[in-house]
Design a binder for this molecule. Structure first.
Ligand code: NAD
Length: 343
């Protein structure tokens, strides 16, 4: 059995990655479309063989309730719209897969979790790195202390942005700038690999004055997270640099480095250690299944076997709590302790 998905929002990610990946899935398939643009939706429906009766506008979204072919609603809208469509989708009795960042505040995240619990539907946040083989390998090496205890982590996610009209550069729609959009990959992947939560953060942010791209949101955010005494992660997210996506884990006797760490594909993992006098560098090659297909098939299997997803709403909430602490630190110039992650 393949679980039917309704894809909400036909933007870049939906059209370029998610919908094609649905045709690459074992347990998931495209069943319906939701868009504010009827012309675009007609074209996409024709291309992928979706009947007009399975095409919905935002206004008639709630009618998904009466479509038994749809089991999951996958929300791929601007961040500020995630809460509304998650709650409406849950009320329509459908399981929800929601893009990252989960929402624009921890208050919104909590409302989304409550609505899904109340409707007895599953909620998963689309953290594709949890299904990426090189990332899973790093997690395994860290948990087995492959090179001794981890001492320091560096992560960077940078790109260059050009269109000030895009919702990503409007705080109301995006909830922030580089941090919730791309910095969240550094944050979430490090938490996932370590299987630990930071207890304290310290951050700095910057936006070039007069640059229309950053009138409303940050261009650069640079932050440190303390996980325990002697284990710090140092991260940056930047909207005005040559693309970079790297993760390096420094342990007592070696380091592990992932290039293209947060990309859709092409991850490269290498390690270095000293063996006596000798310096040993190793490249680890692994096969690369489509990250989006792996993520959706995980959720579908959770539904088929009645399990909880690996990246539930609580995971999105924790990142949101940490991002709020990061902004608080950047705004006050002081470290911020994080005591309570509870839902
Ligand atoms: P996009 O701008 O390409 O698409 C957004 C869609 O929402 C468009 O079709 C647009 O028409 C629609 N929309 C509805 N109301 C809108 C409004 N008021 N303003 C602007 N657009 C509106 O964006 P995207 O890159 O596809 O991102 C969508 C979501 O997916 C975001 O939450 C983003 O963070 C997430 N995303 C995740 C990944 C990933 O790798 N998991 C990658 C890119 C984006």
């Amino acid at each position: 059995e393949r679980i039917g998905y309704a894809v909400v929002g036909l933007g870049h990610l939906a059209l370029e990655e998610v919908i094609p990946a649905l045709f690459n899935c074992k347990f998931s398939r495209l069943a319906a479309l939701v868009s504010g643009d009827n012309k675009k939706m007609e074209k996409v429906a024709l291309q992928y063989g979706i009947s007009p009766s399975c095409c919905y506008t935002y206004e008639c979204f709630d009618e998904l309730r009466d479509n038994p072919d749809v089991k999951v609603i996958y929300i791929i809208l601007p961040n500020s719209m995630h809460m509304e469509f998650t709650i409406r989708g849950a009320r329509a009795g459908k399981h929800i897969l929601c893009e990252k960042p989960m929402a624009n505040s921890s208050t919104e995240c909590r409302k989304m979790i409550t609505a899904c619990n109340k409707a007895k539907v599953k909620l998963m946040i689309a953290y594709r790195m949890h299904f990426q083989p090189h990332t899973l390998k790093l997690k395994e090496m860290v948990s087995k202390n492959r090179f001794g205890e981890v001492r320091y982590i560096e992560a960077a996610n940078g790109q260059s942005s050009a269109n000030p009209e895009h919702w990503r550069h409007q705080a109301k729609l995006a909830g922030g700038g580089a941090l919730p959009d791309i910095g969240i990959y550094c944050l979430n992947t490090i938490r996932f690999i370590l299987q630990k939560e930071p207890t304290e953060v310290f951050a700095y942010q910057y936006s070039t004055p007069e640059d229309p791209l950053f009138k409303d949101t940050e261009e650069l955010i640079s932050w440190q997270m303390k996980f325990r005494e002697g284990l710090i992660a140092s991260c940056m997210a930047h909207y005005k640099v040559r693309e970079i996506k790297t993760l390096r884990i420094h342990a007592e006797r070696g380091w592990m480095f992932m290039d293209r760490a947060f990309a859709y594909k092409g991850q490269q993992l290498s390690t270095s250690r000293a063996d006596g006098e000798e310096e040993i560098e190793e490249k680890i090659s692994l096969s690369e299944p489509n990250q989006f297909a792996a993520e959706m098939d995980h959720f579908s299997q959770c539904i088929l076997t009645k399990r909880a997803p690996n990246t539930p709403g609580e995971e999105g909430l924790r990142d949101q709590i940490i991002m709020e602490a990061i902004y608080k630190s950047a705004n006050t110039g002081k470290p911020v302790r994080i005591k309570d992650y509870k839902y």
